[in-house]
Design a protein around this ligand. Structure first.
Ligand SMILES: [Ca+2]
Ligand SMILES: [Ca+2]
Ligand SMILES: [Ca+2]
Length: 341
């Protein structure tokens, strides 16, 4: 043990019949204390092993020393140097000189002594509408299982992947446009720890993506059939040259880059014309309007839907087959067309 006398040379070994001074009794009592009454032990670690000596000079009270911490962590009271660890706390009596192994677990100090071991990035929900925003938050998880929110401005935000165009200093993520629900990943960093959050950018606007935006056709179908970007996706265009516009190809569930024939037949039956065609259920769900019209002259203003009735013949969930029945007329000829819009 290190002598606590002002003049070490005057220290001597304690004889068996000598009594220890009262200050040293107090010190030794503290050093030999092993457990506290509530069975949660706080070990007092004797830093220096040796023979207990009595000093002819009065021992210097602990209050006479000032330990200047060479480093403190966020617990606020743990100091560390190469020679000692000092752990103080807000709980009276809990601040003692200890080795790190003695307070590796310190359930008696929840929320008082802790070290961040994880950074969690969260949001109110794990999805964000396209072109919308989402507030992100970061929380430190400590080694005593407590948590501490980190102000967003103290977090370094980063987009790892997906259609998140930016994250502000305040932790607000800005979503971009998508043609389908799309995964994204963001990251927050603080106090040397990083946390990630997976978000889903929801496709809430069907016609707003890239070169296909605002043309009246769903971007998802255009990307699926013509690639992520293109100049032949307009509804009136016919990139495969089969005489069917992209709008008609979409409405009837056809491939706009693979030549097709109109999936329709016309027959006479008991004085009526029966026009049977197949259409896309996706287009129906998306709001596409179908109308069978007839004309005897092909003049632009002569087309009419008068007297036309429709019957659904089959529905497999993807396509729907419909029969339109209309009067054959008495003029000897009648033309039928399918109008899609
Ligand atoms: Ca969209
Ligand atoms: Ca479009
Ligand atoms: Ca075509």
């Amino acid at each position: 043990m290190r002598c606590m006398a002002a003049t070490p040379s005057r220290c001597r070994r304690l004889n068996s019949n000598e009594k220890i001074s009262e200050p040293m009794k107090t010190l030794r009592s503290r050093l030999l204390q092993k457990k506290v009454s509530n069975a949660k032990s706080i070990r007092i670690v004797v830093l220096i092993l040796g023979v207990l000596t009595a000093c002819t000079q009065p021992a210097i009270a602990l209050g006479d020393y000032e330990l200047v911490l060479s480093m403190t962590n966020q617990g606020g009271g743990r100091g560390t140097s190469t020679d000692y660890d000092l752990s103080a706390s807000l709980i009276p009596g809990a601040g003692e000189v200890m080795l790190s192994s003695d307070y590796a677990s310190y359930p008696y100090l929840p929320g008082q002594l802790y070290t961040p071991v994880e950074l969690q990035v969260t949001a109110a929900t794990a999805s964000v509408a396209e072109n919308g925003t989402k507030q992100l938050a970061a929380t430190q998880v400590m080694d005593d299982a407590t948590t501490l929110p980190v102000p967003a401005a103290e977090v370094t935000w980063q987009v790892l992947s997906g259609p998140i165009s930016s994250i502000s200093v305040a932790g607000v993520a800005q979503a971009g446009s998508v043609y389908q629900n799309t995964a994204a990943s963001v990251q927050g960093g603080a106090t040397g720890l990083n946390g990630t959050l997976k978000l889903t950018v929801l496709d809430t606007i069907p016609d707003n993506y890239g070169s296909y935006a605002g043309d009246g056709l769903p971007d998802g179908w255009q990307v699926q059939t013509m690639g992520l970007s293109g100049t032949s996706g307009g509804p009136a265009l016919d990139p495969d040259g089969d005489g069917l516009s992209n709008l008609m190809e979409y409405a009837l569930g056809l491939n706009p880059v693979l030549q097709s024939t109109l999936p329709a037949t016309t027959v006479l039956n008991s004085g009526n014309m029966e026009f049977t065609y197949t259409r896309s259920k996706t287009a129906i769900t998306g709001g596409t309007q179908f109308q069978v019209q007839w004309s005897d002259t092909l003049e632009a203003t002569s087309w009419s839907g008068s007297g036309v009735s429709e019957q659904i013949l089959s529905d497999d969930g993807t396509h729907q087959q419909v029969k339109a029945t209309l009067p054959a007329g008495s003029g000897g000829r009648r033309f039928v067309r399918l109008r899609v819009q």
